[in-house]
Unconditional design. Structure first.
Length: 173
């Protein structure tokens, strides 16, 4: 992998840190990411703006955190801890969600913008996740795209997915 990273831009993508949380990110997970990035020396590394554990329980899924001040504060602390551990900021990826996170007081795009402004981290724009959220919440995907801080996009991710028969499970497939 290190040799490959010397030949082409390589990105390491994490799915289990849970940076978007009012709870601290697990130090062991940060240490493993730091070790891996040190060994491979990728062009960059990335993680989702999601939480994956709460109250000591692993939920086994990327979940959208409540878009609120307490979550923002925890996310800013977690991203800084990740930067210190790894030596660089992660590209932060927008996630797909089937529900508006309970307790949210902001929109997804406002929360993402606040996180990027507060951390100075770049955005990994997942176009499928953006489209799934627009579909799930009856929004115009172009308007949602324009509401994000596009000047902070440093990488783009396009994964698979399809809308189900009812159209309500675009994020889940």
């Amino acid at each position: 992998m290190r040799e490959l990273a010397r030949q082409v831009p390589l990105s390491l993508h994490s799915v289990a840190l849970g940076l978007a949380s009012s709870e601290p990110v697990d130090e062991r997970r940060l240490a493993r990411i730091a070790e891996l990035t040190s060994r491979i020396e990728p062009d960059h590394w990335s993680e989702h703006l999601a939480f994956v554990r709460a109250g000591g329980f692993e939920i086994g899924h990327l979940a959208a955190a409540p878009y609120r001040p307490e979550t923002l504060e925890g996310t800013l602390r977690n991203v800084e801890r990740a930067r210190r551990a790894v030596g660089s900021l992660p590209h932060l990826e927008n996630i797909a969600t089937s529900i508006r996170p309970p307790g949210s007081v902001w929109s997804e795009e406002h929360f993402v913008g606040q996180v990027l402004q507060g951390t100075r981290a770049p955005l990994l724009l997942d176009l499928h996740n953006l489209y799934a959220n627009a579909w799930n919440f009856g929004r115009d995907p172009v308007a949602l795209l324009r509401a994000l801080p596009l000047g902070e996009v440093r990488s783009v991710h396009l994964s698979g997915g399809r809308a189900g028969r009812s159209g309500s499970d675009a994020a889940g497939r």
